[in-house]
Write a protein that binds this ligand. Structure first.
Ligand code: NAD
Length: 475
C-alpha cells in the first residue's frame, strides 16, 4: 500500500472535491502509485488564513511545548521509518536502505531542533546610565512559505519545518509533486504529535503558480527554497521585490581535490560509493574530480573498479546499491552531458548510457580528458557521472576549484596538514570536507555561498532565518 495523498490545511487532510490531480509514478517500474490533489486558489487562501491565525498563538507558545512536539515527531519518524522509507523508494527511486537511513537521520534533526529551540536566547546590553535597561529580543518572523525538492524529500522538508516551528513560526510547505509520500508522512507525524491546526500546512500543485501566489501574499514573511539555481534566483527576486527574508539552498558543483600524498585507494573507493549515492542526485555530490598527476592512474583504476561493482536496480531489491534517476527527463539530460564531453574530445572510460528498457536507469559513468569549459565541468549534472582531470600545482588547483559561480561543498584528500590548511583557507565553498564526508549532520551548518545560496540550515545557525531582532530599552 502506497501513501494516501492529500493536502493538509488547518489540521485537515483534504482531497477529491473536483480538485485537479496528477499521477505519481515509480521511476523504476513506471507503475502508477497514486494521484496527488492540487490546491485550488481557495485552498491556498485557506492555508494562508490558517497559518496567519495559528501564528498569533504559536508565537506565544512555550519553547517547552514546541520542544515536546518536535521530540514526538522524532520518535514517530523512527517508529514509521520502514514504511516511510518503502514509499519513498517507490516514488523517488533511491535504494531502501538510503530511504530508511534518511528518515532515521531526520529523527535526529527533529531531536536536535527540540533541544536547540529551548535555547533561543536574547541578550542584555550594558547601558550608558544605571537606570536604563537595554535588551535584545529574538522573535519569530511570522508565516513562512517553503518549497522543497524530490531528491531528499524527507530531509529537506523536515529541516525547514523543524526550524520554523521550533522558532515559533507557522509554515506552508509545497513539497515535490513527483515524490510526495515523504512530505505526506511528515504531515501525519506532526498531526499525530499534537501540533495545533494551521501551524503546518502542506500544499501541492503547479510549482511556479503556488510559489508566485504565496510569495506575493502579504501574510508570508519568509521564503525558504531548496532546488536549482535558476529557480532560486527567480524566487529570491520575487521575495526581494516584496522585502521578504529568504533562505536559499541551491545547486552546487563540488570540486574534489586528491593530492599525491593521500591514501589513494581509500579515497577512490569512498568517492565512488559517495558519487552514486541517490544516483548522484545530491546537491553536495562530488562533481569535478581534480587528481594529482602522480597518482592519477592509480586513482582512476581504483575509482572505476569500485563503480563497476555497484549493483544498479529497483531500490526495493535488497542488493541494489544505486536506483533509477527520479524522472524520465533526467536520462536525456545525462546523455546530453556525455555527448557534449565526447564532442569536445572527452573519453568515456566507464558507462555513458541508459541501462535497460524500462525505468529511468543510467549507468555510473566516468569521463576523462575533457576540457575545463565542457558542460560536465561547468554545469551541475545531478546524476552518476564523474569527470576526472589532472593537476600538478596546489595554487592552480585551488584557482580551478574556485572558477565556477557555485560554492556549496568541496572535498579534499591529503595527508599533509599544510595542504589541508591551505586548501580549506583558499577554497570558496560553504562546506569543506577533508579526508571524509562529514556534512549535513543536525548539529552542523549546511549551506552554500555564491550562486549556491543564502543562509544555513542546521547547526546553531538554523533558527537565524526564522527570527527577527527587536531592541527594547526602558528607564
Ligand atoms: P527544477 O529547477 O525544475 O526543480 C527543482 C525543484 O524546484 C523541484 O522540486 C520543483 O518542483 C521546484 N520548482 C521548480 N520551479 C519552481 C517554482 N517556480 N516555484 C517553486 N518551486 C519550483 O529542476 P529539476 O529538473 O527538478 O531538477 C534538476 C536540477 O535541480 C538539478 O540540476 C539541480 O541543480 C537542482 N536541484 C537541486 C536540489 C538541491 O538539493 N539543491 C534538489 C533538487 C534539484
Amino acid at each position: 500500500m502506497y501513501e494516501t495523498l492529500a493536502l493538509y490545511i488547518d489540521g485537515e487532510f483534504l482531497s477529491g472535491d473536483g480538485r485537479d490531480t496528477e499521477e505519481v509514478t515509480n521511476p523504476a517500474t513506471l507503475e502508477v502509485l497514486g494521484r496527488l490533489p492540487h490546491a485550488r486558489k481557495a485552498d491556498l487562501d485557506r492555508a494562508l488564513a490558517a497559518a496567519n491565525r495559528a501564528f498569533e498563538s504559536w508565537r506565544k507558545s512555550s519553547p517547552m511545548l514546541r520542544s515536546e512536539i518536535l521530540r514526538k515527531a522524532a520518535q514517530l519518524s523512527r517508529d514509521r521509518a520502514q514504511e516511510i522509507g518503502r514509499n519513498m523508494t517507490m516514488d523517488q527511486g533511491k535504494p531502501l536502505a538510503e530511504s530508511v537511513g534518511e528518515v532515521m537521520s531526520c529523527a535526529d534533526h527533529a531531536d536536535w531542533h527540540a533541544e536547540e529551540c529551548r535555547r533561543i536566547y536574547g541578550r542584555v546590553i550594558p547601558p550608558r546610565s544605571p537606570e536604563v535597561r537595554q535588551m535584545v529580543l529574538r522573535e519569530p518572523i511570522g508565516v513562512c512559505a517553503a518549497f522543497t525538492p524530490w531528491n531528499f524529500p524527507y530531509n529537506q522538508a523536515i529541516r525547514k519545518i523543524c526550524a520554523a516551528i521550533g522558532a515559533g513560526c507557522t509554515i506552508i510547505l509545497k513539497g515535490p509533486e513527483d515524490a510526495p509520500s515523504a512530505v505526506m508522512a511528515i504531515a501525519r507525524i506532526f498531526h499525530d504529535a499534537g501540533l495545533p491546526p494551521g501551524v503546518l500546512n502542506i500544499v501541492w500543485g503547479v510549482p511556479s503558480e503556488i510559489s508566485d501566489y504565496l510569495i506575493r501574499s502579504p501574510i508570508v514573511r519568509k521564503v525558504s527554497f531548496t532546488g536549482s539555481v535558476p529557480v532560486g534566483k527567480q524566487l529570491a527576486a520575487l521575495a526581494g521585490a516584496h522585502m521578504k527574508r529568504v533562505t536559499m539552498e541551491l545547486g552546487g558543483h563540488s570540486p574534489v581535490l586528491v593530492f599525491d600524498d593521500a591514501d589513494v585507494d581509500r579515497a577512490a573507493k569512498q568517492l565512488a560509493r559517495f558519487k552514486v549515492r541517490n544516483a548522484g542526485q545530491v546537491c553536495v555530490s562530488p562533481t569535478r574530480f581534480y587528481v594529482h598527476e602522480k597518482i592519477y592512474d592509480q586513482f582512476l583504476s581504483s575509482f572505476i573498479d569500485t563503480l563497476k561493482s555497484i549493483k544498479v536496480g529497483d531500490g526495493l531489491e535488497p542488493d541494489t546499491q544505486m536506483g533509477p534517476l527520479a524522472h524520465a527527463r533526467r536520462v536525456p539530460t545525462m546523455e546530453k552531458f556525455v555527448d557534449n564531453a565526447r564532442s569536445l574530445g572527452g573519453k568515456v572510460v566507464l558507462g555513458g548510457e541508459r541501462l535497460g528498457e524500462k525505468g529511468h536507469f543510467f549507468s555510473p559513468t566516468v569521463v576523462t580528458d575533457l576540457p575545463e569549459d565542457s558542460m560536465l565541468m561547468t554545469e551541475e549534472p545531478f546524476g552518476p557521472i564523474a569527470p576526472v582531470v589532472r593537476f600538478n600545482d596546489t595554487d592552480d588547483v585551488i584557482r580551478r576549484a574556485n572558477s565556477l559561480p557555485f560554492g556549496l561543498s568541496s572535498y579534499v584528500f591529503t595527508n599533509s596538514l599544510q595542504t589541508a590548511t591551505k586548501v580549506s583557507n583558499g577554497i570558496e565553498a560553504g562546506m569543506v570536507n577533508i579526508n571524509h564526508f562529514g556534512s549535513a549532520l543536525p548539529e552542523t551548518p549546511f549551506g552554500g555561498i555564491k550562486d549556491s545560496g543564502i543562509g544555513s540550515e542546521g547547526g546553531m545557525e538554523t533558527f537565524d532565518g526564522y527570527l527577527v531582532t527587536k531592541f527594547v530599552t526602558h528607564i
